[in-house]
Design a protein around this ligand. Structure first.
Ligand SMILES: [Zn+2]
Length: 270
């Protein structure tokens, strides 16, 4: 059966991360094994959040997105064996707490290896376009960090993360957020899927773009093997459609193809 959510790339070609010519493998966003969300189970947290309507045009798909874009080494070894298990641990622990019938705590922690989580996010972001290599200083630095596990993340890069108790997914790769009044724009890349959102930023102007969310890159001094108790903050949560549907004094500028994936079960209701 034809899978409409496989973004078909060539069977052979250069890997979207390391550039090695290879038999290309399919990258799943989010990675397989992450708990799926449903609106019912997360009503508590959703009550705290505004659920804005999407603005602008987005490509819809229903069950995750797959990109045939990576060589087996980047996909199966670096991501699959080394880094994704840490992202899964973080997401699945967060999901368990967020679905708990008990009153939600203001925040909680999950013990993981933060640099592996960050490499996982960086790798899946770079995989989200078949037949394309890294473009520009941010992506080139992301590739270097992904491939050499002895390196700290680039100092210009941050990776904000926050709870995302919604069952759709958003992938934005080449975007910037502008703000009226002559402020420097915010360059970022975004992966949102239940239960967390991740936003990679580059050379953020701190006074203009002052966020309260947690930043994975603040663990930049840790090695790839070191663990830390990552904070999941249930209080510093922006609206569902932030930043892809920005607030009034901001505008989103996009190149490339943004995506939102919606769960199959909710289709009939729309
Ligand atoms: Zn590769």
């Amino acid at each position: 059966m034809k899978d409409p959510f496989l973004v078909h790339g060539p069977l052979r070609g250069p890997c979207s991360i390391c550039g090695t010519p290879a038999q290309l493998t399919v990258d799943h966003v989010p990675p397989k094994g992450i708990a799926k969300g449903t609106a019912m189970e997360m009503r508590d947290l959703m009550d705290r959040l505004s659920t804005d309507k999407v603005q602008g045009k987005f490509q819809l798909s229903q069950d995750g997105v797959k990109f045939r874009s990576l060589c087996p080494r980047c996909n199966n070894e670096r991501l699959g064996a080394e880094c994704d298990p840490e992202l899964l641990k973080l997401c699945n622990h967060a999901s368990t707490v967020m679905r708990s019938p008990l009153a939600l705590p203001p925040s909680f922690t999950v013990e993981v290896r933060p640099m592996r989580v960050l490499r996982s996010i960086v790798g899946h972001t770079l995989a989200t376009q078949s037949g394309r290599g890294p473009l520009g200083p941010m992506e080139e630095a992301m590739v270097e960090f992904f491939l050499d596990t002895r390196l700290p993340p680039p100092r210009q890069m941050e990776c904000f993360y926050w709870p995302y108790p919604f069952s759709d997914q958003v992938i934005l790769r080449d975007v910037s957020l502008g703000r009226l009044g002559g402020h420097p724009p915010l360059f970022f890349k975004l992966l949102k899927f239940y239960p967390l959102s991740f936003m990679l930023t580059w050379e953020r102007d701190v006074p203009t773009w002052n966020f309260r969310m947690q930043d994975l890159a603040r663990y930049r001094r840790l090695s790839n093997d070191d663990s830390a108790a990552l904070i999941i903050d249930l209080q510093a949560v922006p609206p569902q459609r932030w930043p892809e549907a920005p607030l009034d004094d901001c505008m989103l500028m996009m190149a490339g193809k943004p995506m939102i994936a919606e769960p199959r079960a909710e289709r009939g209701a729309r």
